[in-house]
Write a protein that binds this ligand. Structure first.
Ligand code: FES
Ligand code: FES
Length: 199
């Protein structure tokens, strides 16, 4: 049947039939959408149970597998000494020690750290006695605003653990992942050099 030959009655009949089909299809897709699972972001993941040795004490935790070590420390355990700067591994503000080695806490999923040992700035002093690095940073003004300082100190602690050379050039190189927006680098290097003889 060509358009030219359509009568008004035929046109209305065909339109009603086609429109009805569209409506039925529309209802079916709405039904499918309502029955579909929620978007991934809205689903509640299964919590993971992990035991992390944190600053010398075992912590048994049930955590969302998407939680980074940094968010676990700051948001869940309220250890806010570890700072969030870039949250993408570029600034070093979140540096902590994992089994004695330096890591960026923003790049690690906490659920994968079962039975690992984490040390943060809160666990560095020996009771009331500051760690030699903490004392040296204070003595040599190794900070201005202080935002990068916990990361700098934990990174320096890792550097000393690693037995790296502690001449100025080596310290600058091995601390290059820790950014200080205040530019306190000369004093940071001096503090680390001094602490390397005491730590
Ligand atoms: Fe982790 Fe910047 S916050 S490297
Ligand atoms: Fe301000 Fe380093 S002391 S960013």
């Amino acid at each position: 049947m060509t358009i030219r030959n359509l009568t008004r009655r035929e046109f209305l009949r065909d339109t009603a039939a086609t429109g009805g089909a569209v409506a039925v299809a529309g209802q079916a897709s709405l039904g499918d959408a309502l029955a579909a699972p929620p978007p991934v972001a809205d689903r509640k993941p299964e919590l993971h149970q992990v035991t992390i040795r944190l600053n010398g004490t075992d912590q048994q935790l049930r955590i969302d597998p998407r939680t980074t070590l940094l968010d676990l420390l700051r948001e869940h355990l309220h250890l806010t000494g570890t700072k969030k700067g870039c949250d993408m591994g570029a600034c070093g503000a979140c540096t902590v020690l994992l089994d004695g080695k330096r890591v960026n806490a923003c790049l690690l999923l906490a659920a994968r750290l079962d039975h690992r040992e984490v040390q943060t700035i809160e666990g560095l002093a020996n009771g009331e006695e500051l760690h030699p690095l903490q004392a040296a940073f204070i003595e040599h003004d190794g900070f201005q605003c202080g935002y990068c300082t916990p990361g700098q100190i934990m990174s320096a602690a890792g550097l000393l653990n690693e037995g790296r050379p502690t001449d100025e050039r080596s310290i600058r190189e091995w601390m290059s992942g820790n950014i200080c927006r205040c530019g306190a680098y000369p004093n940071i290097v001096t503090a680390i050099r001094q602490a390397s003889g005491r730590a």
